[in-house]
Design a protein around this ligand. Structure first.
Ligand code: NAD
Length: 474
């Protein structure tokens, strides 16, 4: 029996230990999910909605415990993990509304009877989750998929199995009679590979762009498998003008450093004018970054950010940082460890990369790369100079510049005078280019969880011969 463990990145303490699902266990879970599908899909949607409401109640009953589990596994402070659990709870109502609005039944009268639009579930959905929002993000696939009538086999990130297990407990309570409708299997990439290679009708994935590209290739010739990919980015934030430099710096710091830079929507690239405002803003951002409280999830005063997910993640980020410095980047704030802390802790870093070649890669850590540009044309060009297109932002009071960003920018989330990480479950969330595959999640998840069926319907066959009248041989 091979075991999986998760650890608190702040202390190295073991948080969870359990069995890894090998290929046979994965096949067995998929078979159970397939057997459970017809009865679940045949239920009236109101019954599946009722199950989702029971899941919501189960989450509510455990909300503090789940917030703590997420905090321990990811290192995120409790203020943030409480928000994450609140989003999970809120997802149920949003998904019910979205399902009705985007994937509900519609009918309109026709001369012969009626035209009816219905939505049908795909079947067995595999869900693979990331570590950074280990509850909220897979939840954003699972809830709409189940309401639509699919069955789900979910593999949480190998870094956050306890969060997945807590979600499974809530679904078990909600689904009592339909317990194989949702199953959680644990393991790392090999378990994910077995799941993806199994008999599935959809893969709903939130994770890295590299894994997403791999799945696009695997399923290139499988139009029968629905693929929804929510991937990373190399997100630009253009900070062009602000009457209040400190307010602008707050937007930048929140965009770049929240969740220790481990949000897919974090700004990685700050584009500023090469003038006095640009210089003042960079100073203000560096000053604010100095004052960020960093600590473990259960410390007082409560930190704003915790460690990275692991020592290995910190080492990888430091290697990327060193590579940029070697290429000629100027260090404004280094990516240092924190004295007396585990190796997963890092300080937010700022580099000036103006004029040097920088690989178009996501650094999933608090590393902000500044480019100084001569004019707004150059700013837009720099912002769009990426193969990704997840989030982007503009700090400016100038409506004309905002219009230019809206028209010329290429990203799925484009914010103005707000952090690039600002997003709502009542809106779609997804990216262009290598950030996804045009199947945005959040409010639009209902779209990829069911396929539309269009029907012309008459109660009997009368009235059809008229179309052939006069065009038939005697
Ligand atoms: P990851 O791609 O390493 O892993 C995500 C999940 O996929 C895990 O469960 C992992 O075990 C599994 N997996 C990875 N490779 C696999 C393979 N070849 N076959 C089968 N399963 C595989 O991602 P991560 O490090 O957990 O998460 C961080 C990444 O996710 C960042 O790139 C971030 O930008 C991205 N992300 C995107 C969004 C979004 O909504 N667009 C949201 C959050 C995170």
């Amino acid at each position: 029996m091979t075991m999986l463990q998760s650890f608190d990145p702040a202390t190295g303490e073991t948080v969870w230990e359990g069995e890894i699902a090998g290929p046979q266990a994965v096949s067995a879970a998929l078979l159970r999910a397939r057997k459970a599908f017809p009865a679940w899909a045949a239920l009236p949607v109101a019954e599946r909605v009722a199950a989702a409401q029971r899941y919501k109640a189960a989450l509510e009953a455990r909300k503090d415990a789940i917030a703590q589990i997420i905090a321990r596994e990811t290192g995120k402070p409790m203020w943030e993990t409480r928000t994450e659990v609140a989003s999970m709870i809120g997802k149920v109502g949003l998904s019910i509304t979205a399902q009705a609005e985007r994937a509900g039944d519609r009918q309109s009268a026709m001369p012969f009877g009626q035209a009816v639009l219905r939505h049908r579930p795909h079947g067995v959905m595999a869900v693979l989750g990331p570590f950074n929002f280990p509850g909220h993000l897979p939840n954003g696939h699972i809830v709409p998929a189940l309401i639509a009538g699919n069955t789900v086999v979910f593999k949480p990130s190998e870094m956050t199995p306890a969060t997945g297990a807590a979600m499974a407990e809530c679904w078990a309570e909600a689904l009592a009679d339909h317990r194989h409708v949702f199953q959680c299997i644990q393991g790392a990439r090999e378990t994910g590979e077995a799941l993806v290679a199994g008999h599935i009708d959809g893969l709903l994935f939130t994770g890295s762009a590299g894994a997403g590209a791999h799945f696009r290739r695997i399923f290139a010739d499988r139009p029968d498998v629905i693929l929804a990919l929510e991937l990373g980015g190399n997100n630009p934030l253009i900070a062009w003008d602000s009457a209040d430099v400190d307010e602008a710096a707050s937007v930048v710091v929140q965009s770049g450093f929240i969740t220790t830079g481990q949000r897919c929507s974090c700004a990685r690239r700050l584009i500023v004018p090469d003038n006095a405002f640009g210089a003042a803003l960079v100073d203000a951002v560096a000053g604010l970054a100095d004052r960020i409280v960093i600590g473990a999830w259960n410390e007082t005063p409560e930190p704003w950010i915790g460690p990275l997910i692991s020592d290995a993640a910190a080492q990888a980020a430091k290697a990327r940082f060193a590579e940029l410095v070697e290429r000629g980047a100027k260090v404004i704030r280094p990516l240092n460890g924190v004295e007396g802390r585990s190796g997963a802790f890092v300080t937010p870093a700022i580099l000036d990369v103006t004029g040097i070649f920088v690989p178009d890669e996501e650094i999933f850590a608090p590393v902000l790369q500044i480019s100084r540009v001569p004019d707004f044309d150059a700013a837009i060009e720099a912002a769009n100079n990426t193969r990704f297109g997840l989030s982007a932002g503009l700090i400016s009071a100038d409506d004309a510049l905002w219009q230019r960003v809206l028209v010329e920018g290429r990203a799925g989330v484009v914010n103005r005078n707000r952090p690039t990480t600002g997003a709502a479950g009542s809106m779609p969330f997804g990216g262009l280019g290598e950030s996804g595959n045009h199947r945005p999640s959040a409010y639009y998840a209902a779209d990829y969880c069911a396929y539309p069926v269009a029907s012309f319907e008459a109660t009997d066959a009368s009235g059809n011969s008229g179309a052939l009248a006069g065009k038939l041989r005697a």
